[in-house]
Design a protein around this ligand. Sequence first.
Ligand code: SAM
Length: 350
Amino acid sequence: MSYHSRLTYSPLTLLKEPLTTMSKQLIDTFGRIHNNLRISVTDRCNLRCTYCMPEEVIFLDKGELLTFEEITRFVQVAVGLGIDKIRLTGGEPLMRRELPRLVEMIGGVSGIRDIGLTTNGILLAGQAQALYDAGLRRINVSLDTLDPDRFRQISRRDGLDKVLAGIFAAKKAGFHPIKINAVSIRHFTEPEVVPLARFAREHGLEMRFIEYMPIGADHWERDKVYFAHEIMEQLEQAIAPLVPVPDYDPRAPAMEFQYTDGGGRIGIIASVSRPFCLSCNRIRLTADGKLRNCLFALDEVDVKHLLRENAADETIADVIRQNVHVKWEGHEINTSRFIKPLRTMHAIGG
Ligand code: SAM
């Protein structure tokens, strides 16, 4: 099924006004306002997490990647449409040379109020201070286990010591918050839940569990997802009761809880058991300049040629508006209609 066919009943499609004059905001036919842009800066990665990507990969040529200037130009146009929150990701974003320079360039765009980074942490120890000095404050480090052998099994590479050094370097540099992302897979990462949560509590980090999604190179089955309520039960039994945080935002992807003993907070991204599509406010720009209105989108729009041909701001803005306008209702992971995108997570930008 083409995703356009899922939009048939949307009331806003009946509006007669042309898209260009409709709104300064990026609003789709379900009324969702988009202010959040995830930018992948490379598809390369120094790990090979089994749930994310295959061992053998043909990466993009350097010339196919958007330059920092092109990315910044895109951000400038997107800010005019209400984008004010950016997350840099990949692939592994710290493999892109001079990333702090990009942070500085994006931070200099008037209207950007928040920049975050998602990294596997392998190269973080050497870059944390430079990233902080460039203006980055929020960082998410992906870490699925504290056991070196399990780390190798999950990521097909060594490097747990480097990731831990990266987390401590980020703490030392002053990053706050530092969130630790772990993918939640039944039997696989299930035994890691409590040790990771304890580690996060001990070091003042926020642990976040992400339900395993059908977006990697491996064979996904719903039964393999270790669900949000099971994670909660495990944590409450082993550590302490959890209650929703007072500033709980029901529209945010992560459901956030705090321990009743004052030992910090955790987040759970329940993309499978509790999809948050109806409050989605995100668009994505891939490293090779494709605009996607959903992680699971089956179509994407090329904006690289517009940026390279120096197209007018309004032309680029129209493409962004149109891409948001045709956004589907949701990913439908839980239905037989779900179609897995051709690109895996590393090539889209997680
Ligand atoms: N390399 C960086 C990192 O590891 O954080 C950024 C890119 S990575 C694709 C972003 C996030 O996506 C990571 O936290 C990773 O664990 C998560 N991820 C990858 N494949 C996933 C899957 N199949 N289900 C849920 N999360 C996944």
